[in-house]
Every structure is written in structure tokens, then in C-alpha cells.
Design a protein around this ligand. Sequence first.
Ligand code: DGL
Length: 269
Amino acid sequence: MAIGIFDSGLGGLTVFDAVQKRLPDVDFLYYADSANAPYGVRESDDIYNLTVAAVERMWALGCDLVILACNTASAAALRRMQEGGLPPGKRVLGVFVPLIEAMTERQWGDNSPPREVAVQHVALFATPATVASRAFQRELAFRAIGVDVEAQACGGVVDAIEDGDMILAEALVRSHVDALKRKMPRPEAAVLGCTHYPLLQSVFQKALGEDVAVYSQANLVAESLADYLTRHPDMLGSGAPGFVTTGKPTKVSDRATQFLRRQIRFEAA
Ligand code: DGL
């Protein structure tokens, strides 16, 4: 029995780690589409097609529920997949909504009209495709009014992380934070809108300053999944748990082991 967790590469491991700690009795199948990462520099249709192919593979491997632990895939594919109709008994969830609910102080499923919230100046750090989609601003506008969002497309960060070049990744983060601050000198909150970025959370925090509340998705998604499973205990699926990748399993395993600081073994998807 396993729930699917999908990302273009290694970023979704930040979500995997949090959900596994929150739900230690639940098994997970992690799918990294490493051969096609990064998604964040691709066109929306391309991201949609890659995401659908991966999710269909995970369904075939026995997952009934797949979490898109990737903002870029969530932005380009989630709504389109749900509106297009899913096969009976299959579900896909994304990572935006739990974060926006937390920022706008809402409980799950609170569909009341948008209202004023505590934060007014929010910095969004995400991939170029996520920023271009404006999906974050759209979901926020359903729930909150008067929030000013300044988005910074963080080109290069995902590639550097996937290549294991953390020195480059850190330098890029600092320069993207500088660029954001030129547009919005005093954000009250910052959203790490890419599941790779929590691997550099302390770098974001230091560059932004200690008074900026940095929201990252892993724990919020874990809470929201725990809540979902109490309402849908039949979504555990029938497939085997593990880690699969479209990339080179040895290389992906080495990086994953480095990030999670425990032995992770990927197999070919
Ligand atoms: N972790 C993915 C996200 O959340 C990275 C996207 C990419 O592959 O560029 O957006």
C-alpha cells in the first residue's frame, strides 16, 4: 500500500520527509522525473504532458492518491487534470492550497469569501514557470484581499541543486533575494514556492532577515495529508513503496542520500 509523491526531481523529498515523519505508518512511493528536470523552464503544455505521464505511471504502480510535491507541476497541471476528469478511484492533490490556507488563516475547505488577513506584503520565490502561471496569486485572491505579492523567478536554483552544486545554489538564492528586495524592500512574509527551496531555507532566511516569516510547504502539506486521510482512509492504494526515477538511479540515490542524510535507493521508474 503506498501513496504517491511526485516531483520533477529531488525537491519533493522535502515533502516526503515531512509526511513520513507525520504519518510513520503510511507507505510512500516517490517518483522523480529526473530525466526531464528541471520543469521550471519548460512551457506549460510540456509540463502538463510530463506530469500526466508520471502520474499515470504511478497509478499503474498501484497508487490511488498522488501528491504533486512540485509547485511547477501543480501550477501547470493540477487544475487541468482535475477538470479533465480522473479515472475512478484515483486522486491528485497539489501543494499550493495548504500553504495559502495557512497564510490566510483558513481551515481546510473554508470557502467563505475573500477577506483581509494579517500579512500584506508577501514575497514569492518560485520557478520561472510557476511565476509565469500566476497560480499562486489566483489561489490567494480566492481567499484574501489587499495582499500585495511580489514574485521572483529563481532561475538556475533547481538545476544547481539537482547537480549537487550547493555553493552555486546558495549564491543564486542570495542574488534572487537581493533582486526581490529591490522591488519590495520590506516583505512581511516570504513563500518558498518550490519544493527544492527548503533545502536552502536557512540561506533564504538569512538573506531576508530574521523578522521575515518564511513559509515552506513540507509541514503544511503533511498536516493537510493527515487530515485528508482521516476523511478518506480508503486512499492508501495497493502498490509497493519505494523510490523510482526516470534518471540514473545511482546518481539520484547519491544526491537523495546527501539531502536526507540517510540511505535512499532509487530504482528505474
Ligand atoms: N520542485 C519543483 C517545484 O516545486 C521544481 C520544479 C523544476 O523542476 O524546475 O516547483
